[in-house]
Design a protein around this ligand. Structure first.
Ligand code: ABU
Length: 867
């Protein structure tokens, strides 16, 4: 209704007809300007209030004697419908229908852009009262363009300041596809980047914003800047209502030059929402707009102050609610535009006179550049107080003004502050700002990181178990070291067993490292622990398994090689083998470390919505140790360790029936290797499968290490401890193995020692026996002497031959017998295979043969005498 009334007023002025027939006052020369006003159509139809304001100004100018004396300024105008095509058509009609126009007044940006780009070809200046497009600030493209309407870039510093104040660092944008909005948003993006504010998404639409709004929702837009004309704003907020993108989680920033009741025009714009729904969707949104009315009541150059201007304008608008009239906010700009051009023309007259150009303004033609140039310069230097504030043009043809910030609450706009674009400061009345929720909305759904940590109870439990196992291992080590000289321990390669214990303890220490996470470590520390624990586990495994492998390998050699020299494996070779395994570890790990170092990686799981709080999302995360080519490195390591275990199992199987007294724990070592293989075969795939469950992975890995180490220690040391108890003191005090003597040599030595002992015993027995025989012999000799005295034997005959007095050394195998012969007696002893005869020279005795034997003599130990 209001629009219709305004159009009727416009027609009543009789200026909608081309060419215009604005007859000047008698005695005055008519001057003409062209006016292009968006009276109808979509976009901005601000001509409805701006045309009356421009006509008011024209009237006021023509009534001033000191302005354009002798001239009467007329305006020929028409409706552009804020449409570039129609607007261009209006321009051509203005240009090509006499009289020539000194200047063109234009409205909305989309029309001004086309007209201002072409106008210089007719030496025409363009002055815009309703064009906000930042694109129009391009002097090269729009050579003769000026505007009393500030550029829309002036919205942006105020917006950025609001974002910073409320700590919104992520914003989203929705815009209508028009150059005016595109260039505004380009400027906003540039400023946002400088202020470290992220533009999360930028959605554009031509005539239907449905998908653009949906897309904003999908992308979790919360702080949204919308730039569009009024008709599109209705469609956007109807969709916003449908998508429920309003309320405590959202903040909207839109343009502030719509009429105050713009959201109520749902029917005439065929928007499928009710006024109440629109009001609900718009509750709490902010607008920014350049101030278009002087903030104080200072009278303008025209003599009107703002309140009087508004009163007069209201009369022209037929007393309808001015806030409902499109272009009402910009009306002072139209009024000041006419004054600006009038003053510039006035100045041109003076300038032309000063230059001695005696030609009237009415002589202006489109190919007359003299008047045009002076007119341009005059316009460029214009400076006066308008009803919209101070009017002055920058080199780009723009104006600088304050930016006004408003907020809508319950369908009404409230001023909450201003931003001074000249001095870059603002005054915001924060107490006027209201929120739909208890606090300003967040600029995004707050994603709360929930790091999945190993439960403290589980960690403490596993570490305690590991500690107990380590103490037990330490006990085994002490037992092994203290009893290293005990035969039973000595025979079990205690050195290698000590290394096995060391390997087990090293593996157990990994349990402490496995459970450490970001709750107790910084990121860098975690990365360091991540690398260390891999090294520790790899080396610990090799120490434990490698030492057992060496033992099994020795037994295998001993039992499978035929040649004696092949059987012998010196101790150093066993340690060298272990060293080789460790060297391979170090090479693999070093290359791994330098090419693809292990680092912290956070695995993210699907987000969870906590109950009753839709502002927050829980983002479960889990820390992993990983690196580039992790699978390849794992494969290399598993392959190498797997081969070691596989070969170990093979050797253990081959020697399963071997029971060598000297290597007394072969079977147990074999069983340990079987056990490790089985546990590794289960643990490796299972931990990969459950890797996203931190507690289960930690528990499973720790238990596997615990079982492997405890069972290994148990199998190797428990039998020894039990055996130790049962062993006799003699066995436990066997001679020591001299350092540097091989096992073989030591065993040979022991055998010889045993033989020596046995022989000593036998010698003692034999000596005893010899003493007895000597005694018997003496008695026999005495008897022989008696016999000599009784019988005279012929010389050389009947002489007793004695072995003399040395009988000490006799063979153990001697068989003792004695025979006395009738001639000179002699005594012979069989010592082993040797028969020794001794015949004292001074005595002639019958021969007596004495054979010493362990066995009792056949004659009951009596001498057999032959005479
Ligand atoms: N304040 C109205 C601006 C219209 C336009 O720039 O098209």
């Amino acid at each position: 209704m209001v629009s219709l009334a305004v159009v009727l007023i416009w027609l009543a002025f009789g200026r909608g007809v081309l060419p215009g027939a604005n007859a000047g006052k008698a005695g005055k020369t008519d001057l003409y300007i062209g006016g292009i006003f968006p009276m109808t159509g979509g976009g901005w139809s601000g001509g409805q209030a701006c045309l009356p304001a421009a006509l008011m100004a024209l009237h006021d100018v023509n009534h001033r004697e000191d302005i354009l004396p002798g001239y009467h300024l007329n305006m020929i105008h028409n409706d552009s419908e804020c449409n570039p095509g129609i607007g261009t058509n209006v321009m051509y009609r203005l240009v090509y229908h006499p009289p020539p126009k000194l200047m063109l007044l234009t409205g909305c940006s989309s029309v001004s852009t086309h007209i201002a780009e072409a106008a210089h070809m007719w030496n025409l200046m363009v002055l815009a009262y309703g064009s906000s497009s930042p694109a129009l600030s391009d002097r090269k493209r729009f050579r003769t363009f000026f505007r009393t309407h500030p550029s829309a870039v002036l919205h942006n510093p105020a917006r950025i300041r609001m974002f910073q104040y409320y700590q919104w660092s992520k914003i989203s944008i929705i815009q209508e596809t028009q150059e005016v909005f595109t260039s505004t948003i380009e400027d906003l993006e540039k400023r946002a980047k400088e202020a470290n504010i992220t533009i999360a998404t930028r959605q554009s639409f031509l005539s239907d914003p449905t998908n653009a709004v949906r897309s904003l929702k999908r992308q979790d837009a919360r702080i949204i800047v919308g730039v569009f004309y009024e008709d599109m704003a209705l469609k956007v907020f109807c969709q916003v209502y449908k998508e429920k993108m309003y309320g405590k989680r959202y903040v909207w920033f839109i343009i502030g030059w719509y009429p105050d009741n713009w959201y109520q025009k749902v029917e005439e714009n065929e928007v499928n929402c009710t006024v109440n729904q629109m009001r609900e969707a718009l509750q709490g949104h902010f607008t920014t707009e350049m101030t278009m009315r002087s903030l104080d009541d200072t009278p303008s150059f025209s003599g009107l102050n703002v309140s009087r201007f508004d009163e007069e304008l209201l009369l022209k608008l037929n007393n309808s609610d001015p806030n409902d009239t499109p272009g009402y906010p910009e009306a002072p700009l139209a009024y000041d535009a006419v004054w600006a051009l009038a003053l510039a023309l006035n100045q041109t007259i003076t300038r032309l006179k000063e230059r001695g150009v005696n030609v009237g303004l009415d002589k202006f033609t489109y190919d007359n550049s003299t008047i045009f140039r002076e007119f341009y310069r005059a316009m460029d230097s214009t400076s006066f107080q308008g009803v919209s504030g101070p009017v002055q043009f920058l080199s780009t043809g723009d104006r600088l003004t304050l930016t006004q910030i408003e907020q809508m609450w319950d369908g009404r706009y409230y001023k909450i502050g201003y931003y001074d674009n000249k001095n870059n400061n603002w005054t915001l009345n924060h107490s006027f700002v209201r929120w739909n929720g208890p606090h300003p909305p967040y600029d995004r759904t707050l994603v709360v990181e929930d790091l999945r940590l190993v439960s403290m109870e589980l960690y403490v439990g596993m570490c305690s178990s590991a500690l107990v196992a380590m103490l037990a291992a330490f006990g085994c080590l002490v037992f092994n070291v203290l009893n290293r000289n005990v035969r039973y321990i000595t025979m079990s390669q205690p050195g290698l067993n000590n290394i096995t214990v060391l390997g087990c303890v090293t593996c157990l220490s990994c349990i402490f490292l496995f459970g450490l996470d970001s709750s107790s470590l910084s990121e860098d520390q975690f990365t360091a622990v991540c690398q260390v624990r891999t090294w520790v586990l790899v080396v610990g495994f090799t120490l434990a398994v490698g030492s057992m492998f060496s033992k099994i390998w020795r037994v295998h050699r001993l039992t499978t090689r035929e040649r004696e020299e092949d059987k012998v494996v010196e101790a150093w070779k066993l340690y060298a083998l272990l060293g080789l395994f460790l060297a391979v570890d170090v090479i693999i790990m070093t290359v791994w470390q330098f090419t693809n170092p292990m680092t912290r990686y956070l695995e993210e799981f699907p987000q969870e919505v906590p109950e009753g709080n839709d502002d927050i999302l829980i983002q479960p995360k889990l820390e992993h140790c990983t690196c580039d080519n992790f699978t390849i490195w794992l494969g290399v390591l598993y392959g190498y360790k797997g081969l070691l275990l596989l070969f170990g199992v093979f050797l253990a199987y081959e020697t399963r029936d071997v029971n060598i007294k000297d290597i007394n724990d072969t079977r147990y070592v074999g069983m340990s290797i079987y056990n490790i293989v089985v546990l590794c075969l289960i643990t490796a795939p299972v931990t990969i499968l459950i890797s996203s469950q931190q507690d289960a992975t930690f528990a499973f890995t720790s238990l596997a290490v615990l079982f492997c180490t405890v069972i290994t220690l148990g199998l190797i040391f428990v039998p020894k401890m039990m055996n130790y108890k049962q062993k006799s003191i003699e066995e436990t005090s066997q001679p020591l193995q001299a350092p540097g003597v091989t096992q073989e040599e030591e065993e040979k030595q022991k055998r010889l020692q045993e033989e020596n002992d046995t022989m000593k015993k036998q010698i003692t027995q034999k000596e005893e026996r010899i003493r007895e025989l000597q005694k018997s012999l003496k008695e026999l000799l005495k008897e022989g002497q008696k016999m000599t005295t009784s019988f005279l034997a012929p010389p050389g005959v009947g002489r007793l031959r004695s072995t003399g007095n040395n009988f000490g050394r006799l063979s153990s195998s001697s068989m003792a017998s004695s025979r006395c012969r009738g001639k000179a007696p002699s005594i012979s002893f069989d010592v082993g295979n040797e028969t020794i005869e001794r015949v004292p020279a001074h005595v002639m005795l019958p021969t007596v043969k004495v054979t010493l034997s362990d066995e009792p003599a056949e004659d009951g130990g009596q001498f057999e005498s032959f005479l």
